[in-house]
Design a binder for this molecule. Sequence first.
Ligand code: ATP
Ligand code: ATP
Ligand code: MG
Ligand code: MG
Ligand code: MG
Ligand code: MG
Length: 267
Amino acid sequence: MANSKYEYVRSFEQPDILLANTWIVVRIDGRGFSKLTTKYKFVKPNDRRALDLMNAAAEAVMKELPDLVLAYGNSDEYSFVFHKDCVLFERRASKLTSTIVSTFTSYYTFLWPKYFPASPLTPPLPSFDGRAVCYPSDRNLRDYMSWRQVDCHINNLYNTTFWALVQKGGLDGRTAEQELAGTVSSDKNEILFSRFGINYNNEPEIFKKGSVMYRDFSPPSTLSSPMPPTSAISPTPISHPRPMSQPLTSSILPRELLTSSDPSTPR
Ligand code: ATP
Ligand code: ATP
Ligand code: MG
Ligand code: MG
Ligand code: MG
Ligand code: MG
């Protein structure tokens, strides 16, 4: 093992220890899910089974990694937040990211038959990429979450309008895309309402805002000295994470996001 003549190759490894005392967010995203959703005939624009599967896989990840405190997901992506105090894998980015990605992917494929019993998986199998980013302040973390949630909103409004034009309006994809080019949120709301009788506000919350789950912490009652606010959230699990398909109303994610001024058109 140690001290063989080959041992020197270890020195080629690059250090990737993430900055101490920062929130670590690992975001994963499905690879080529545009194709995958077509292959398995996902209901467009939102297949509830697929969202439930994403949430189930994320919940399993939260249960296996007690250092995780929060997770937010929409579409084919999920963001997992490690606590500032986390020292798992000495905070090595590649270890944290690869463990999240592989655990999530394993559960996604394992749980697939439960959500898509009539569509067995065949190669190429679902896979995910991942990255780790540090956020130094609570404000940064909150803004990160807001950024992902705004992305969910922008994409969902676009997709809802696009698929209404195609499914209810009889347009082909190309024409629908052209029709939506250059439109802002209010235009899309108007198209949905005046042409299809759809009030976007009445769309399911899980489609408009995504899903959040968090570890429920309560400060240990045996504490003798007062703790600063962040330390009060200890990385010890107190209860199981809770999957929520509700608006993100926690202190981290502001509800007023969705009434804020018009976001730009999606990618
Ligand atoms: P990449 O590998 O670059 O991520 P991608 O095809 O996965 O490519 P994304 O930008 O991640 O591109 O988009 C995800 C695609 O999967 C979108 O088209 C989105 O509408 C679709 N999708 C994800 N979840 C669902 C769902 N629950 N129901 C219907 N479509 C979904
Ligand atoms: P870590 O998470 O730190 O990697 P680990 O338990 O996976 O912890 P490793 O050093 O990777 O530790 O060791 C892998 C273990 O799995 C060893 O105990 C090894 O003997 C066992 N193992 C791996 N493959 C086989 C195999 N094919 N048959 C029997 N045992 C195996
Ligand atoms: Mg991607
Ligand atoms: Mg993707
Ligand atoms: Mg995506
Ligand atoms: Mg091992």
